[in-house]
Design a protein around this ligand. Structure first.
Ligand SMILES: Cc1cc2nc3c(=O)[nH]c(=O)nc-3n(C[C@H](O)[C@H](O)[C@H](O)COP(=O)(O)O)c2cc1C
Length: 267
């Protein structure tokens, strides 16, 4: 098995059923980010080794409690102990392997590909009173039907990020043709009540801003936040929805578009 510390900040376990090998694959990344990742899985021993916490491996494997996997894992721990690779605290010694095969596209190529993706536009809102906050996004996505969950990605530099973390809740308001002014205000006005000057905003039972004539308003509690490169993935469990028939708008090729009438169904 192999723990993978990606330069996106994510930690994954590859090949959890391979008990013959254990190392830590590391994408080249700033020392501070790597130190934070290593602290989440154990501790650094020296330049080329880390000490891993077995319970972290069991957690990341997704197989903890599975009798066959547990037997293989225990055999691996016993073998490591017989070789002197387990210290008195039960921490496992593992090599660091630097990932030299991590070719990625440029930011420009990434943006060009993403401009080709048509996506709905939503206003994420959070906070209440003078502390209301919001951000325009096109990354809203369905996550799970049961429990019902949606998610979106927010830049770590976005001014709404702190309010989202503080409130622990958000409303995803799906925007339509009548909401151009709201988009302008969210993109141009300072964070706070100024962003909510236009539009039919009401308060949810929790005190969060809900757009009364949105195509859908989806009220959520945040259940997961994952740092991924420049953005945070924020996943919310849906507590309440309100839907309304109206004309949607989409973001495509760096512009806002209407949707054309539906095509004839394919026979
Ligand atoms: C159509 C459109 C879609 C956007 N989608 C996202 C998104 O999914 N995530 C995100 O963090 N920012 C997105 N942005 C950028 C933000 O709306 C905003 O401009 C940026 O986060 C910084 O603004 P602020 O800190 O003033 O809110 C989008 C902007 C537009 C115009």
């Amino acid at each position: 098995m192999r723990i993978y510390l990606t330069d996106a900040g994510a930690i994954a376990l590859r090949d959890p059923d391979d008990f013959k090998r254990l190392d830590v694959l590391v994408d080249p990344q700033p020392q501070e980010r790597l130190d934070r990742a290593i602290a989440r899985i154990g501790r650094r021993e020296d330049e080329r080794h880390v000490r891993l916490c077995p319970s972290v491996l069991r957690f990341l494997s997704g197989h903890a409690g599975d009798a066959q996997w547990e037997a293989g894992f225990q055999a691996m721990l016993d073998f490591a102990a017989s070789r002197g690779w387990v210290d008195e605290a039960g921490m496992l010694r593992a090599h660091i392997t630097i990932n030299t095969e991590d070719e990625v596209v440029s930011v420009d190529d990434f943006k060009a590909a993403m401009r080709a993706l048509p996506a709905g536009i939503s206003a994420i809102t959070t906070g209440s009173g003078e502390d209301v906050a919001g951000i325009i996004i096109s990354s809203l996505t369905s996550v799970s039907a049961s429990p019902p969950m949606i998610g979106f990605f927010v830049q770590q530099t976005a001014s709404a990020r702190a309010a989202l973390a503080r409130t622990g809740k958000f409303v995803a308001n799906v925007l339509g043709e009548d909401h151009q002014r709201i988009i302008q205000d969210f993109l141009g006005a300072p964070q706070g009540p100024a962003r909510f000057a236009a539009g039919l905003w009401r308060e949810s039972d929790q005190g969060l801003p809900v757009l009364a004539d949105a195509l859908a308003s989806i009220e959520c509690d945040i259940v997961c936040t994952e740092v991924l490169g420049t953005h945070d993935l924020i996943v919310g469990k849906i507590r309440r929805t309100t839907c309304r028939q109206s004309n949607p708008i989409i973001n495509f090729n760096a512009g806002t578009h209407r949707i054309a009438p539906a095509l004839e169904p394919v026979q």
